[in-house]
Design a binder for this molecule. Structure first.
Ligand code: ARG
Length: 581
């Protein structure tokens, strides 16, 4: 079925000299409901037609006759406003939701295209810190959004599993007299402690740094014992990592970390040398980017070791070869912008025209209040705890207290508290624009009011509970889901109230919001949209009684559609769409 925008475009094409697609893109939504449902701005036509936009709008209003569901065309302040028959609008919007259900908002925008998304990608040997949550959840959400838009998505965790830190861990492990037989009982906490102990000990004993470098060299050279320890350290961290990802319901298609690319280093160096890009510089090998106003890229150090960026170059080539991607996104904090500029430039200079599809998707810092009251980025390796697991557990505990008090009957309180806690943390990060730094405040994040996770989850719970009560009244178990039966028997003229109209209009925006989020590579518009639906749903429920009303059947249908749209929105941003709380 055509969208309203497409129908409007058809009417406008003969009079504007624009293509239907251009018109569809230009159409906006009026600020006020009484200005119609869609608006076509005439400003871009002013130059071409040598006329003021209000005059153009007036002319067009005289030329275009309303047809079908378009009931009125009106010029206002340089805009051409289109009014849609409310019953038709409701039928199309709610009909699409009922028909598509969990696939609402799907499109073919990305058909045949592949997008690789690199996110989370933490360094091994230490625990996830709270600040890892943001990139992890932005990437997770982008993966879902791109899938919804029809792309093939490959989710990659580019683990930081190579580098001198492993030398440090090995040095400390051996220094503490530990042996392979101790690995069984080794925990992630112990590993973290070894790392912290190294930092402290190295302050008094600088020779330790040399030992760590030597240990790493042995590791790089393939020393069997060191490789065994490294693998064990990696396995321990991975296990813990997956436990946390389990809480967050985050998944990856591949865990090819940095070490995976080690045996591709010679070929990568050879390839770059073949393009005359590699220069010797004081015993090291670099790519000189002076001409491009970027600092040089060090590919190989004097001791022969390759670097983070060398492995990223190899990884990008590998991804192109393996997945034939159209786009490759790196969701990594904006502190690494220079690294990605260099990476993309090297790919370009190496003659890979696909460098154009490679993109850094940076995000701002998450600041937490320090003990002194200032705002700072949490650290993990220095030992002060702002570990993600502690923050999640903390959130869960606080919520559990509230549930015990307010809803002592709830079953599986711990599980519920975890889902609300996770929802609160995730929402507090994604509701902000990706590039903004954010100041995390417990009270705001966990509040059941205001723009918080618990608030949007609660709106979903309310919708679910009406559907449950409806079933209960009819002596059925579970919840009623009238949308599953389709639009048959629903009277779409039964939504005259402004609150119903406004809710339906909000629900109609879902597909556009998915598009906006993808264009900005930012889940934020989707998180904001969850708030809009929540408000719309509360408004409707507050002013229109559902159960026991004359319009019960139609209103229940609207409630179910709102539940689907809100549930899907929450799922797309990684906030658990819980059904009770
Ligand atoms: N491991 C890196 C870090 O923790 C992030 C890796 C991002 N991905 C990449 N392909 N460079 O800073």
């Amino acid at each position: 079925m055509k969208t309203y925008k497409e129908e409007i475009a058809e009417l406008l094409v003969p009079h504007t000299g624009l293509t239907a697609q251009e018109i569809v893109w230009a159409i906006t939504l009026p600020q006020h409901l009484d200005h119609g449902d869609f608006a076509f701005p005439c400003f871009p036509l002013a130059k071409k037609l040598r006329k003021a936009p209000p005059a153009i709008a007036n002319d067009l209003a005289g030329l275009i006759k309303p047809v079908g569901a378009i009931t009125k065309v009106e010029a206002l302040n340089g805009y051409l406003n289109f009014f849609i028959d409310p019953a038709d609008f409701a039928k199309r919007t709610l009909g699409a939701i009922a028909l598509q259900g969990a696939a609402y908002g799907s499109s073919s925008r990305g058909a045949g295209k592949t997008v690789v998304i690199d996110y989370s990608s933490p360094n091994m040997g230490k625990e996830l810190a709270f600040h890892h949550l943001r990139g992890t959840m932005i990437g997770n959400s982008l993966g879902k959004l791109y899938k919804r838009a029809g792309y093939r998505v490959v989710r990659i965790n580019h683990l930081g599993d190579w580098g001198t830190s492993y030398g440090k861990l090995i040095v400390m492990f051996l220094r503490d007299g530990l042996k392979e037989s101790d690995l069984e009982a080794m925990t992630i906490e112990r590993l973290n402690a070894l790392y912290t102990a190294f930092s402290n000990a190295a302050k008094d004993d600088p020779a330790l740094e040399d030992q760590a470098r030597e240990a790493f060299q042995r590791l790089e050279a393939g020393d069997a014992r060191y490789r065994g320890l490294w693998q064990a350290f990696k396995d321990i961290t991975l296990k813990e990592l997956q436990r946390i990802y389990g809480f967050l319901d985050v998944e990856f298609d591949s865990y090819t970390g940095e070490a995976f690319f080690l045996d591709r280093m010679p070929a990568t160096m050879g390839l770059l040398a073949g393009k005359n890009l590699v220069k010797a510089s004081q015993g090291a090998e670099i790519v000189d980017l002076t001409e491009h106003n970027l600092p040089p890229v060090m590919l190989r150090k004097t001791d022969g070791a390759t670097l983070y960026i060398t492995r990223d170059i190899a990884a990008a080539i590998y991804r192109k070869e393996t997945y034939a991607f159209d786009r490759c996104l790196y969701v990594v904090d904006n502190g690494q912008s220079l690294h990605f500029q260099q990476l993309i430039k090297v790919l370009e200079l190496a003659g890979f025209d696909w460098y154009k599809g490679v993109e850094h998707v940076p995000f701002g810092l998450v600041l937490i209040k320090s003990e002194e009251g200032g705002w700072e980025k949490g650290k993990t390796r220095s030992g002060q705890s702002s570990l993600l697991k502690d923050v999640i557990e903390g959130a869960q505990e606080k919520i559990l207290g509230i549930i015990r008090e307010k809803n002592p009957e709830a079953t599986n309180k711990e599980g519920l508290a975890l889902q609300i806690g996770v929802g609160a943390l995730v929402f507090s990060e994604l509701k902000n624009r990706r590039l903004n730094d954010i100041r995390f405040e417990w009270d705001k994040a966990l509040s059941f009011e205001g723009d918080s996770g618990p608030y949007v989850q609660n709106a979903h719970v309310r919708l679910c509970s009406i559907l449950r009560k409806s079933a209960e009244r009819a002596g059925r178990t579970g919840a009623d889901h009238p949308a599953q039966a389709g639009v048959g028997g629903i009277d779409f003229t039964k939504f005259p109230e402004p609150q119903a109209q406004s809710l339906i209009r909000t629900l109609s925006l879902f597909p556009d919001k998915v598009g906006t989020a993808i264009e900005a590579n930012d889940p934020c518009p989707m998180a904001q949209y969850a708030l809009e639906i929540a408000e719309g749903a509360h408004g409707f429920i507050h002013s229109c009684r559902v159960l026991g009303s004359v319009e019960e059947k139609d209103r229940l249908f609207l409630i179910d559609c709102a539940r689907i749209a809100l549930g899907q929105t929450l799922d797309l941003i990684g906030v658990p769409p819980i059904e009770e709380m």
